[in-house]
Design a protein around this ligand. Sequence first.
Ligand code: CA
Length: 258
Amino acid sequence: MFGRLISIMNKKILLVEDEEKIARFTELELKHEGYEVTKAFNGRDGLAMAETEEFDLVLLDIMLPELNGLEVLRRIRKFSDMPVIMLTARDAVMDKVSGLDAGADDYITKPFAIEELLARIRVVFKKRGTDRNDSKHVCKVTPMLSAKGVTLDEDRHEVMCQGEEIELTHREYELLRTLLQNKNIVLDREKLLSMVCGYDYVGETNIIDVYVRYLRTKIDDRFGIKLISTIRGVGYAIKDENKRERKPAEGSGKNETE
Ligand code: CA
């Protein structure tokens, strides 16, 4: 935990988003996590800031006044390799594809839960190994995730139970990681789908049921435990006996749309 705080400190994020409510909320949450945040409300300003200042990450909305997000991204890529996460509207599959083609590191669909955004940001930093201050002080420690004797080591990409390694496919691993990161939070299928599968599978929430079944075969059946709980009519959660179950926090940008 402490290690992660240290690695976040001094990371600068440029947030380019014209919807004030989303921008303000996102800024608050990012600052709360320890990031430095600079905001721009249109594409032209965002591009100008990216040209004049060095950022660790750009959160870039696609539908922007003055200059759209894809164009901003194309122009940023002419002079910089800084990580970019696109903010896209639900169902705008072409935007996502174009964004990734144009050199985005990832995208997140609006409305997003803040914990999902934070997770995506961490993944991008990890993949890129990006740290403007790397040489100075950064101590990167990813906490081990665990529940009911199952441990997931993000650094080693390894899942263990009772001393044995569990072989998981990419998506099974992502699903397990997402549930462990959100322990005691009930996640609905829609949210899990976008967190685990991304843009390929918009709407096909029963895919999550399939992956849960695979995980149960590989973990529950093999080791005789009950790891993932089904919350009927809602979704799934990994419950930790020591803590109470809770729903995702209110005001997580749920009702905001493009
Ligand atoms: Ca917008």
